[in-house]
Design a protein around this ligand. Structure first.
Ligand code: NAP
Length: 292
């Protein structure tokens, strides 16, 4: 079994980006600028945004965190989006999800200018992804593809089961894995909560990508000998032995499954850091598109 080390690959990506930023600076150019909009006080969201800002600092990007109150109205948040769409000093921005219940997330996503949509959630960017046109591929699926590429994992002709059909992970990764690309060219089955015979289906996968948000759902019997297993899941569970009082648990029962796998990700050092690195790649792309 080999661990797919997302921390290591993400560090490589950050170093590649840092070199490009240093060149931009030497040439007297403006550096990429990412804005993260954080609404409310959700602890996990605050952490994610803080990490994203730290990543920006590390590679030499400008970053701004715009913190808005939990009570902000949808109209006022839409005004903020409009401001960012029109701010020429901003290359890309993200609105950290989830949003408070009184705000319609779809309405917010639809309001973001696709050119600045570095999360790749807008219909135009998702449509481009489906057609194989240049786009911002949303960060988590892009991070998974990068991980497969950097470990030179052969996916052509393989059976890939994707567990979970969310708009931000399951659906886009199923499309990317089925496209005529490398990595890609897999035969993909997209499974969800209504799928029958899930155990047998997962056990038939050469590549199993799991994004359901159910802790340690994938057990030994669901994994084929020699499979590649990518665990996207990341659920906080209380843990008093930890300084912050919780630990992140994946959708795969790692200890139970690892010996069967040819490659496997580990919850805190796999897909998470790759997702963050992909956001940096998309921000650099946004800057390059605007500079052309
Ligand atoms: P989501 O929107 O919560 O959707 C969950 C999906 O899993 C749905 O398609 C659902 O099916 C399916 N599902 C739920 N229970 C199932 C079951 N028992 N059997 C089969 N399918 C089941 O998913 P998400 O936003 O993609 O998040 C999934 C997990 O990934 C979460 O733990 C999240 O925190 C994590 N995540 C991690 C990163 C990262 O960077 N590491 C990024 C994004 C998400 P239905 O459609 O039928 O309801």
């Amino acid at each position: 079994m080999q661990l797919l080390d997302g921390n290591l690959c993400a560090k490589e990506i950050r170093e590649e980006i840092s070199i490009k930023v240093r060149t931009l600076k030497k040439q007297g150019n403006r550096v990429p600028h990412l804005v993260a909009v954080l609404v409310g006080n959700d602890g996990a969201s605050k952490n994610y945004v803080a990490f994203k800002a730290r990543d920006c600092d590390e590679v030499g990007f400008q970053s701004t965190v715009t913190t808005l109150p939990e009570t902000i109205t949808e109209t006022d948040l839409l005004k903020k989006i409009d401001e960012l769409n029109n701010d020429i000093a901003v290359d890309g921005f993200i609105v950290q999800l989830p949003l408070p219940k009184h705000i319609d997330e779809t309405k917010i996503i639809l309001a973001i200018n696709p050119i600045k949509d570095v999360d790749g959630f807008c219909p135009e960017n998702v449509g481009n992804l489906c057609l194989g046109l240049p786009t911002y591929i949303s960060a988590t699926p892009n991070g998974i593809m990068e991980l497969l590429k950097r470990y030179d994992i052969k996916t052509e002709g393989k059976h890939c089961v994707v567990l979970g059909r969310s708009n931000i992970v399951g659906t886009p990764i199923s499309i990317l894995m089925s496209r005529n690309t490398d990595p890609g060219n897999a035969t993909v089955t997209l499974a969800h909560s209504r799928t029958k015979n899930l155990i047998q289906l997962c056990a038939s996968a050469d590549i199993l990508i799991v994004a359901i948000g159910k802790t340690e759902f994938v057990t030994n019997e669901m994994v084929k000998e020699g499979a590649v297993v990518i665990d996207v899941g990341q659920t906080r569970v209380p843990d008093q032995t930890k300084k912050n009082g919780f630990r992140n648990v994946g959708d795969v029962d790692f200890e139970n499954v690892k010996q069967k796998c040819s490659y496997i990700t580990y919850v805190t050092g796999g897909v998470g850091p790759m997702t963050r690195a992909s956001l940096l790649q998309n921000t650099l792309k946004a800057h390059e598109r605007r500079s052309k």
